[in-house]
Ligand binder design. Structure first.
Ligand SMILES: O=C([S-])c1cc(C(=O)S)c[n+]([C@@H]2O[C@H](COP(=O)(O)O)[C@@H](O)[C@H]2O)c1
Ligand code: NI
Length: 439
């Protein structure tokens, strides 16, 4: 066993809580993240890894809504003739024409005398992201957001995902918003996101092809399964991009706002409403929950080699433990019950591996509460060498004490003595040094 790993304390997870009382859009999210401490220049330099610097500018300014100060981010799209760097169509809470990741294929090219890239296809965007020098995490996260938007658009407009087109106007906006959001999450080292119910607004929003109901069809499709509110009348409060950021990353919509806030940032929307039109983002540092899960599948039709391969992959992708139980299934079939212990954040990945690397087409999943005794690790010197001893306490009293097997095994082999000799030496050293009560 790797002794240095023994020193690891409880893992601290950095959680972001999004208070979406005024909804969310891509630029509000970036604004909130910059307000929380994301270095704006760093965000810009990461974005330039897309190789689209000629297409857009990213602007940042301090702004206030009803006396609350925060950060306003504007994406200035050089392709967009209507966009003069303020309140442009992408901004949150707008009421003028806007086009976005969409299925229509009208030609909206604007000739400004520049050689602009004509990014229209979802496929093109995927290629730009994949071939860029962005980090793997940013690539993965931004593709996840785009996939949600593209799937929603495809469903609404009766197209396949690959047939979904970006309009000339709006494509750059969406790309910058989506990838900017993913970059911000990486720069702030966010591990998980929670959110309040999402304010979606109500009414109609003017789009390129007429008026759309609020929430826009893509927004409502993306937000299936997400708790929403519609308290603000007459405005679109959440855009498809904002909805996709929520859907892609929020793992919990806690009913109670019980949390210990460490830092708070505000990302500003555009309009001035009778509520502060901003996104409040809160960093909540907390101890990782002890709640874990068991994923379980009975497997009776798989080669042992492939089963072991699946097990290895599950372990590298986050499974805390895997144990296999021989069972007899219906029709007298001998089988293996595979039980996987997992943290909440890893469940989705592990389920995917289980379904792709084993023959199982279903699984059982149940939460397990862990009870852990306090424990200490000490190095003790024996005549054969050093060994780590783990001591467990119940209400302050030692209830268990054990030398690490892997280390004892190495000492037995190195010293060419029986393993029991090593354990005996450990016990003697413990008695001699009365180390047993050190906490
Ligand atoms: O332009 C059209 S036709 C259109 C369709 C849809 C659908 O939901 S379908 C939505 N919209 C609006 O575009 C913007 C997109 O904002 P993002 O920040 O997510 O890029 C938003 O106002 C939608 O309601 C337009
Ligand atoms: Ni659409």
């Amino acid at each position: 066993m790797n002794v240095s790993r023994l020193a690891i304390k409880e893992v601290v997870v950095k959680t972001l809580y999004l208070d979406c009382f005024a909804g969310i859009s891509g630029d509000m999210f970036m604004g909130a993240m910059v307000d929380l401490g994301v270095d704006f220049e760093m965000l810009k330099s990461e974005l330039s890894k897309l190789g689209l610097d000629h297409e857009f500018d990213l602007k940042m300014r301090r702004d206030s809504k009803l006396g609350i100060f925060g950060t306003k981010i504007d994406v200035i799209d050089h392709n967009n003739a209507h966009d003069h760097g303020h309140n442009h169509s992408h901004d949150h809470g707008h009421d003028h024409p806007h086009e976005h990741l969409h299925e229509h294929s009208h030609d909206h090219s604007h000739d400004h005398g520049h050689d602009h890239k004509h990014i229209r296809d979802y496929g093109e965007i995927k290629a730009i992201i994949k071939e860029s020098k962005l980090s793997d995490r940013v690539k993965q996260d931004s593709l996840k957001i785009f996939e949600l938007i593209a799937k929603a658009e495809a469903k609404i407009h009766g197209k396949t995902v690959d047939e979904v087109h970006f309009h000339e106007v709006g494509a750059i906006d969406s790309i910058v918003d989506v990838i900017g959001a993913a970059i911000c999450m990486e720069l702030l080292e966010i591990d998980e996101i929670m959110a309040s119910p999402i304010e979606i607004g109500e009414g109609f929003v003017k789009c390129a092809h007429g008026k759309m109901p609020v929430p826009a069809p893509a927004t409502s499709e993306i937000l299936i399964g997400v708790p929403t509110l519609a308290k603000v009348k007459g405005y679109e409060m959440t855009t498809p991009t904002g909805a996709a950021i929520i859907k892609a990353f929020v793992t919990k919509f806690p009913e109670h706002k019980e949390m210990k806030a460490q830092k708070i940032g505000f990302g500003m929307g555009t309009r001035n409403l009778d509520i502060p039109n901003c996104l409040r983002a809160i960093i909540v540092e907390k101890q990782e929950s002890q709640l874990q899960w068991i994923l379980e599948a009975n497997i009776d039709d798989m080669s042992s080699e492939q089963l072991v391969f699946a097990e290895e992959r599950l372990l590298t992708e986050g499974a805390l433990d895997i144990y296999k139980t021989p069972i007899i299934m219906k029709k007298g079939r001998p089988a293996i019950k595979m039980s996987i212990l997992a943290k909440t954040k890893d469940i989705e990945t592990l389920q995917r591996i289980l379904f792709t690397e084993t023959t199982s087409i279903g699984l059982r999943k149940y939460p397990v509460d862990k009870v852990k005794l306090d424990r200490t690790y000490q190095q003790i010197e024996t005549q054969y060498g050093k060994v780590t001893v783990k001591t467990a306490f119940l209400e302050g009293e030692i209830v268990n004490q054990k030398a690490e097997y892997e280390e004892c095994k190495l000492l037995a082999l190195e010293n060419q003595v029986a393993l029991s000799e090593i354990y005996k030496a450990v016990n003697e050293a413990l008695l001699r040094n009365s180390l047993v009560n050190k906490r």
